[in-house]
Ligand binder design. Structure first.
Ligand code: NDP
Length: 281
């Protein structure tokens, strides 16, 4: 029988996930079907339970249900627990397992597709919402020289940095998450600072609002990574003007999907042709 998977969100019509997973399944010969499901805003849990009852084997979760999915899961991976958000669910005889593959997706896109090392680099993460939360631990595992989290609401960035610093006991000893290496601050506290990698994990790009950051944050040969995809944002324009190498978040989307696919099927898809097909479209 064909195994069933889905992505739950609200809205969901724009989702690229069905296309990505269908391409992965064709490429790897997996007998599976993947659909988009619009869950009611007050009915995410019931939608997931109905999907499980109909034979669903796993799911992706997108805005605005990632935190709710975290509460729904009986067991969580370490990245999901650290982020307090789940983007991948597995349904099996042990119940519901929740993982967060967003961080693994962006790290793989930066290292493997864009060929930028994170180890030893000064990294700036803009934003302190769900996407930023999912990215902190996987970035720390790459051992950057410094990871600064900067957010419009400075207090949220400080709380996020503190949360990971206090969880550092569960990290490998090599990752010393002390205050100079991991710090939260406001966007306006960045004056005079330069970074090798700048990741925009804010949603400012969706409304095309310029971010209140100076061009100086982009060091020479900087990688400027915009998590938003499918449009040019003012962050990308500013980074280009400052001579940074610029990437959108399409690679992250495909790589987080590949990590979810591996979790479900135990098969690693080749992301390059899928990314190429999506860029072509
Ligand atoms: P959240 O709503 O959880 O967080 C939004 C963040 O953006 C907050 O830090 C908020 O700051 C900040 N922000 C919003 N507007 C502005 C502005 N005008 N100026 C400065 N900061 C602003 O969203 P998510 O974290 O879930 O998602 C963030 C982005 O990442 C989205 O655009 C999403 O599409 C993208 N994303 C991409 C993925 C991919 O695979 N490529 C995966 C996941 C997310 P404050 O706290 O001050 O409100």
């Amino acid at each position: 029988m064909t195994d069933r998977y889905a992505v739950f969100g609200h809205p969901i019509a724009h989702s690229q996930s069905p296309r990505i997973h269908t391409l992965f399944a064709e490429q790897t010969g997996q007998d599976m079907r993947y659909q988009a499901i619009l869950a009611p805003l007050d009915g995410f849990g019931a939608s997931v339970q109905a999907f499980i009852a109909a034979g669903g084997r796993g799911a992706n979760v997108t805005v605005p249900f990632k935190e709710e999915a975290c509460r729904l899961a009986a067991r969580l991976s370490e990245p999901a627990r650290a982020a307090g958000a789940v983007n991948t669910l597995v349904f099996d005889e042990n119940g519901i397992f929740g993982d967060n593959t967003d961080g693994a997706g962006i790290v793989r896109d930066i290292r493997h597709n864009l060929r930028h090392e994170i180890a030893g680099k000064n990294v700036l993460l803009l934003g302190a919402g769900g996407a930023a939360r999912g990215t902190v631990l996987p970035l720390l595992r790459e051992n950057p020289a410094q990871l600064i989290i900067a957010n419009r609401t400075a207090q949220k960035a400080r709380l996020l940095a503190d949360r990971f610093a206090s969880a550092s006991a569960s990290l490998p000893a090599a990752i010393a998450v002390d205050p100079p290496r991991l710090r939260g601050c406001g966007l306006t506290d960045l004056a005079g600072r330069r970074f090798d990698i700048v990741i925009n994990a804010t949603s400012a790009g969706l409304s095309d609002t310029p971010l209140d950051i100076s061009d100086d944050v982009f060091a020479p040969n900087c990688l400027a990574y915009e998590m938003v995809y499918g449009r040019q944002t003012s962050f990308m324009a500013q980074a280009r003007k400052a001579n940074a190498q610029v990437s959108d978040g399409l690679g992250m989307l495909v790589e987080q999907a590949a990590a979810a696919f591996y979790l479900w099927r135990g098969v690693q898809p080749d992301t390059a042709p899928v990314l190429k097909a999506l860029r072509g479209a």
